[in-house]
Design a protein around this ligand. Structure first.
Ligand SMILES: Cc1cc2nc3c(=O)[nH]c(=O)nc-3n(C[C@H](O)[C@H](O)[C@H](O)COP(=O)(O)OP(=O)(O)OC[C@H]3O[C@@H](n4cnc5c(N)ncnc54)[C@H](O)[C@@H]3O)c2cc1C
Length: 329
């Protein structure tokens, strides 16, 4: 059996493409380049699953798909894990991908292990780095993910079974427009012939989260060092039009809500400016923010690890700096 091409699961939620799927299309193009350098031709193939999703096909080409495989079925309008898994498994059995990438959203985290089990392959979850093995004659994908609470990074390979599957967190990679030529998509008919395990009776919309950290351009992030002056932190954030971020220490202490948490078990962010106040810079925190364009760190301890990822480091009491900043603004 020949396995080829890099497939990306395109997640559609409420008739919208999830950003992580577009980020993965770009990353798949980066892998395609690495395969090409080894003389292996791969295509980037979008697996677009949903109902009445014709209008989203063009977006897949725009963001880097060479080909689009479409499964358009009414059961995929509000898909359950059962139907999404069945559709993906049937696509894998028909197209035999070399690599399959899935966004580690709530949906992706649910279906990726089910799909891997059904097609009897391995899954590397929560990957943050993807590379093609530089060794000659190797098609292997090197999938790196944090382990032991972010204190170690493990690189995992899947040498014996296909596809080589990885789930990847949102915002780890960036999306990029390619505007590839739009060609007719491949339509696949899938069978959902088992009894439905789950019946969707009614859907409720959770009220929109007031903030979406992953999209914030300026983040003022608070750590335990500013716990006693959160009023000043909030006022400064407001003046800077910044979104409030936080370390887990502050979230665990109930000072700030979980939606504000940045890091390995919070949100991965990529703002233009990340202002870290009184944050030590534990690996679990920096894993979620070290891709920010400019990182400004304020900490009283000049040895604090946050300074190793900072563009600009200020060794000072964060309260005093924030008061000066407020006055200046
Ligand atoms: C499995 C696991 C997952 C985790 N996930 C996350 C995660 O997603 N996000 C996360 O953030 N953490 C996470 N953590 C926790 C992480 O290891 C750290 O404990 C946490 O980030 C520390 O938060 P902190 O820097 O605010 O507090 P501390 O480590 O207590 O650091 C406080 C810092 O403030 C400085 N400081 C004190 N006073 C001042 C002052 N007046 N002005 C300026 N600086 C001052 C100190 O020098 C110190 O560096 C996780 C841990 C585990 C085990």
């Amino acid at each position: 059996m020949i396995h080829s091409h890099i497939h990306v699961f395109i997640e559609v939620r409420d008739q919208k493409l999830m950003d992580v799927s577009l980020e993965l299309l770009h990353e798949a193009n980066e892998l395609k380049k690495q395969y090409k350098n080894k003389g292996i031709d791969q295509k980037v193939i979008a697996l677009l699953l949903g109902y009445q999703i014709q209008s989203m096909i063009e977006t897949c080409y725009r963001f880097g798909a060479d080909e689009v495989i479409v499964v358009d079925h009414e059961k995929l309008m509000y898909p359950t894990s059962q139907h999404t898994t069945a559709a993906l498994v049937q696509c894998i059995n028909q197209f035999h991908p070399e690599v399959l990438l899935i966004g580690a959203t709530v949906v992706g985290r649910d279906i990726a292990p089910r799909v891997a089990a059904e097609v009897a392959t391995g899954l590397t979850a929560d990957v943050t780095i993807l590379e093609v093995d530089p060794l000659e004659n190797s098609n292997l994908l090197l999938m790196t993910r944090p382990a032991f609470g972010g204190n170690l990074y493990g690189t995992i390979i899947c040498p014996d079974t296909f596809p080589q599957m990885a789930s990847v967190r949102p915002s780890v990679f960036i999306k990029k427009e390619y505007h590839k030529p739009v060609v007719a998509p491949i339509h696949v008919t899938v069978n959902f012939d088992q009894n439905d395990w789950i019946e969707v009776v009614q859907r409720y919309h959770k009220p929109e989260q007031a903030i979406d950290l992953s999209k914030a351009k300026i983040i003022l992030s608070a750590g335990r060092g500013v716990e006693s002056c959160m009023d000043i932190v909030l006022e400064t954030a407001h003046l800077l039009k910044a979104t409030l971020g936080a370390s887990r220490a502050l979230v665990d202490r109930g000072v700030v809500s979980k939606v504000n948490q940045v890091g390995q078990t919070g949100t991965t962010v990529r703002p233009s400016i990340y202002l870290a106040c009184g944050i030590s810079g534990a690996l679990q925190h920096t894993a979620g923010m070290d891709q920010a364009q400019t990182i400004i760190a304020i900490n009283t301890d000049e040895q604090a690890p946050i300074f190793s990822v900072a563009t600009l480091g200020i060794v000072a009491d964060a309260k005093e700096v924030l008061l000066k900043l407020k006055e200046y603004i």
